[in-house]
Ligand binder design. Sequence first.
Ligand code: AMP
Length: 292
Amino acid sequence: MAKTASALRIRRTVDEMRAVRRSLARPVAIVPTMGALHDGHGSLVRRARAECASVVVTIFVNPLQFGEGEDFERYPRALEKDIALLEDLGTDVVFAPGVTQMYPRPIETAIDPGPLARFFEGERRSGHFRGVTTVVAKLFNIVAPDRAYFGKKDAQQLAIIRRMTSDLNMPVDIVACPIVREADGLALSSRNAYLQPADRAAAPRLYGALRFIAERAGRDGSRGDIPRAIAEATAMLAPLRPDYLAVVDRQRFEPLDAVPADGELLAIGAAFAGATRLIDNVEFGAPGRPQL
Ligand code: AMP
């Protein structure tokens, strides 16, 4: 859709955001982010720009999705730089509310992310996905987008948000965008800024291990061999410290011990590089169906 040149507008309050929304041409895209933007975010904004008449990028470090002892306080914040980048990308509106705008009083109502949050990120980060579903629902209610752009980098989050919008009849199309990686395979992440040089050098091993699992599990005749592929991939991670490696169905996010005959599968994983926790995933088709 052709972009008509218009200046970037920055809105800091819910009322201001609602007011500007009324003037936006549809379809309206939302790209929810926590800021400290990199080219992964950039790819979402470019896609939204190409497909929608108006693009709203939200920047909000959501305290509700950080557990105790996690990095909420020290999560990277770079609002001025983010705004300059978003202006270059042709964003129409940046919605960057403060915490008291989003949570003027302690929240008592939240969205239960259900069984998709039972394992992996949901198991390790108690309350994380409840914070994500709740803030995304709030942002959808404030921005009233037609389409929402999310990265496949956070694959469990994507599955949960898809399910939430479907279960609750939210009138928003969810658009999933490919993972953007560094030349050596490391998935871009705002948290990569924490990596010390030695940890940065080791970080692409997670992607390597996931590709190994996807290749093994996706190969004809390897059905049932997931535990072995995971064991071998775990050994490939050092000096990264494994958190989990698993194969899941893209919609269900339950650990699979055997590759089903059909389905859209993911090798998913998390590992520590020093104190920084990395997550990543690799898509593959079940053997017997064409690679995706
Ligand atoms: P965050 O700011 O980390 O909450 O991420 C905001 C959005 O950007 C989410 O939908 C992420 O999945 C997406 N995203 C983050 N990193 C990447 C990446 N490397 N490639 C594609 N999308 C990404």
